[in-house]
Design a binder for this molecule. Sequence first.
Ligand code: ACO
Length: 325
Amino acid sequence: MNRAAILGTGSCLPRRVLANTDLEKMVDTSDEWITVRTGIRERRIAGAGEETSRLAAEASRRALAMAGVSAEEVDLIIVGTMTSEKAMPSCACLVQKELGAVNAFALDVNAACSGFLYSLDVADKYILANPAMKVLVIGAENLSARINWQDRSTCVLFGDGAGACLLTGASDGRGLLGSRLMADGRLWHLLHMDAAPSLNPDLIPEDYAGPYIRMAGQEVFKYAVRAMQDGVAQVLAKVGADPAEVALVIPHQANIRIINSLGDRLDIPAEKIYINVHKYGNTSAASMPIALDEANREGRLAPGDLVLFCAFGGGFTWGAAVLRW
Ligand code: ACO
């Protein structure tokens, strides 16, 4: 049976590091508050030449190099993002141009922090239909451009970056065993980001307060833990696996307390959960592919390992996936 297997991974982070101690000089916060409540110690901030599509393209180059596949061989580019530098064209089209992937078609998926998971699932469907396809799946964000830097409740949480992986069909047991995606748009107001205001004054809401990320942190926290636990239980049941069989969990990196709560509820030991939120903060759709690439390059993944992904984000969107490495 053919499955969508990962041939190579890559990631790219902006050069500029913004530490908690830097934030202490910008808003009324402290390194201790941020570290204890979130686990975040520093994050990366994109500058000139580090637009979302550029970070995405560099992460993709690294994934292609690892896979030994040329840009011309790529058939499809999918970018999970909500912060591309342009509303049109898609980030995926800009990546296609940057890479010279002239034979690929290209599309973006906006599922907020679940964007990589949703993109992986779309790629899986194309590959199941045509196993020869080579698909680049990318998560890339420039969240620092959409943060109210006077709002201490959000500005300490987010960072920029991109991660990518190249997938194609494999019939040797490797690949995506299953995924379970969910959404509840009724709860959109708990975590959202307005677009740029309409040019039609009739359509500008009276309470428009700028195109910033806004979040009801405590409520998001509670939903995130429960929803990811549910997503993981459903996907493990779907593929017939037990939590004890999972070799490595790669969760969305939003908050160390969410990740630890999830680990406790699933009874998965800390050493089986990959964590890099201390270095990059919450990079939304980019967080899981960056973590996957780092885990891969650190040798944390062995052939045959069962890898579990789970994410939660604005929408609400959430879900989980299981992959045989
Ligand atoms: N520095 C210092 N104090 C702060 C800061 C800050 N940066 N931010 C808020 N506070 C204060 C608040 O004003 C409040 O003060 P008060 O008690 O005097 O009113 C106090 O700290 C507690 O605030 P809470 O919001 O209750 O703090 P909480 O413990 O809930 O932590 C946090 C906030 C970290 C945002 C947490 O709710 C959280 O992680 N939520 C989930 C967010 C998330 O991870 N989402 C992931 C999915 S969404 C996505 O990835 C885009």
